[in-house]
Design a protein around this ligand. Structure first.
Ligand code: ME8
Length: 509
């Protein structure tokens, strides 16, 4: 059977424009998708947009457009950004698409038929001038968070999901599957939340209309989270599964920000249990970015716009920085000085120099033609062993979504390459005709190191991986690791040109 892998990003709200936070989640998923592909998996990679709900309805009204017009406009910005960031998603779902609405309604009907959805009453705080319901926690000093006027407690008819029924089953599942919710600290948070008791969940509203109607009762629209979470299976064609995608790819690995963990680790699994479906393989909640030490917010005008960063620094530098700077799972701070430091030291200096020195020396000593290597010395064996060991390590690190550690393991290889140059001193060997074979071995090992570095760096930095690979005479579009990750893949006789600098240094005043 073919190995398959399904990874998803959250679907992003269209009432905001994309910023580095969104880019971060999507990039992480892209690295996983590319890595798994390189390892021979058939990959489904889903991203998309969350387009229903009161917030979108209100934002559209404020702009004098329909919710769908607003969504159409913002969706283009997300799609353009993903293209610019080299995101390799295989599907893009919009919750306003027919395929999605269909699945949501089928899911609602199935759970209702089972008796786990019932009609009841929901009590909340209502702001009459704004015609808006607010939950207790949304209120500001008891008043409407939008207009500041007093609110009144009102009852609203609502459908409820019998979430309470699944409390024990969920606890048992989380207990039996230690890797289901990651990182561990977050898992503990969820465990204590569930242990405190699950209440039934209101899953419809009658107070606004921009949403998917409840089947058989048009007065109600389905609550955004029941709608939104279902995207992960509607994109696979559930329940009909005409193309067999559900059968092939479900369950998924969900990558999300810590802000929406409860929805993914409590609501979503219990919906799935009620529908009799397997639970996700993993829910990983990463941390949040601040900017130059402050919370990113529109009012502070410090929202970091990824388009601008890519234009200024290049796509691979941004991809590298975001995943290298902060352990996935912890909060981090974005600053221009940290970004520039990483570009100059890790990219221009370490990786850039290794590539330019190695290819330049091959040009100088062997007219750019890769020689046949001779007998290996201990220093060669050590280098080769390090590559084998770290490739295995990186596989485990990516399994744990430790992107920064995986990058450190790659940079260990890059440093080892630079150190190998310093210790073997090819310029000295080149002066002695007796050392010609030794020089050939050294040059072969250096260029072979570059081949493996290109392949393993490619999921993180696809353009860089492809550039180095093509330089070595390989097909820059085939960056498979599977079957290519053994030492000795480069063919002697290959012509390799001197590389242009990969990452120009960024000068600062
Ligand atoms: O929550 N740092 O959509 P959303 C890191 N539609 N990541 C950040 C971030 C920051 N400062 N800000 C946002 C929604 N994110 C729902 C999801 S899923 C069925 C429905 C990322 O547009 C992070 O991944 O508010 C977070 O989970 C996501 O953007 C929220 O995007």
């Amino acid at each position: 059977m073919e190995k398959t892998f399904y990874v998803t990003t959250p679907i992003y709200y269209v009432n905001d424009v994309p910023h580095i936070g969104h880019a971060y989640t999507t990039l992480a998923c892209d690295v996983l998708a590319r890595y798994k592909r390189a390892r021979g998996y058939q990959v489904a990679f889903l991203t998309g947009t969350d387009e229903h709900g009161q917030k979108v309805e209100t934002a559209a009204k404020a702009n004098g457009e329909t919710p769908l017009e607003l969504a159409d406009r913002v969706v283009k910005r997300f799609q353009a950004l993903w293209k610019k960031l080299n995101i390799s998603h295989t599907d893009f779902i919009r919750t306003t698409q027919e395929r999605h609405k269909h699945t949501v309604q089928e899911q609602f009907k199935a759970i209702e038929a089972k008796g786990d959805i019932y009609l009841g009453e929901y009590e909340d705080w209502y702001c009459t001038p704004c015609e808006t319901f607010w939950t207790e926690t949304q209120l500001l000093d008891g008043n409407c968070p939008d207009c500041g006027r007093p609110t009144t407690k009102l009852k609203e008819e609502s459908y409820f999901f019998r979430m309470s029924k699944y409390q024990d089953q969920l606890l048992e599942y989380i207990g039996n599957n230690p890797d289901f919710i990651q990182p561990k600290s977050r898992r503990n948070e969820i465990l204590s939340f569930v242990r405190e008791g699950l209440r039934d969940l209101s899953i419809s509203r009658t107070s606004f209309s921009w949403g998917i109607p409840a089947p058989g009762n048009d007065k109600h629209v389905i609550y955004v989270w029941f709608d939104a979470l279902t995207n992960y299976i509607s994109a696979l064609g559930y329940p009909e599964d005409k193309d067999g995608n559900f059968e092939t790819f479900w369950p998924a690995v969900h990558v999300i920000g810590k802000d929406i963990l409860r929805f993914h680790a409590v609501y979503w699994p219990t919906f799935l249990m009620a529908a009799g479906l397997p639970l996700p393989k993993k829910v990983f909640a990463h941390g949040w970015w601040t900017v130059e030490g402050q919370k990113m917010s529109k009012s502070l005008r410090n929202v970091v716009e990824p388009n601008m960063l890519v234009d200024k620094y290049g796509v691979d530098a941004i991809r590298y920085f975001l995943l290298r700077e902060v352990p996935f799972g912890l909060d981090g701070d974005f600053s221009h000085s940290a970004l520039i430091h990483r570009i100059n030291s890790d990219l221009a200096n370490d990786l850039g120099n290794l590539v330019s020195r190695s290819t330049a020396m091959l040009g100088k000593y062997f007219a750019g033609e890769l020689p046949e290597p001779g007998a290996r010395l201990e220093i060669d064996e050590k280098l080769i062993e390090l590559f084998a060991a770290n490739l295995t390590k990186i596989d485990e690190q990516l399994e744990d979504m430790a992107f920064n550690k995986a990058l450190m393991s790659i940079w260990e290889l890059i440093s080892a390459g630079n150190k190998y140059i310093d210790e073997t001193a090819p310029w000295t060997l080149a002066k002695d005709p007796q050392q010609r074979e030794r020089l050939a071995t050294v040059m072969y090992n250096l260029l072979e190191s570059l081949r493996l570095i290109a392949l393993i760096v490619a999921p993180f930095m696809p353009e860089t991986g492809a550039k180095i690979s093509s330089l070595l005479g390989a097909d820059g579009t085939n960056l498979a690791l599977d079957g290519q990750d053994q030492w000795g893949g480069l063919k002697p006789g290959t012509t390799i040109e001197k590389a242009a600098p990969l990452f120009p240094r960024i000068e600062t005043e």
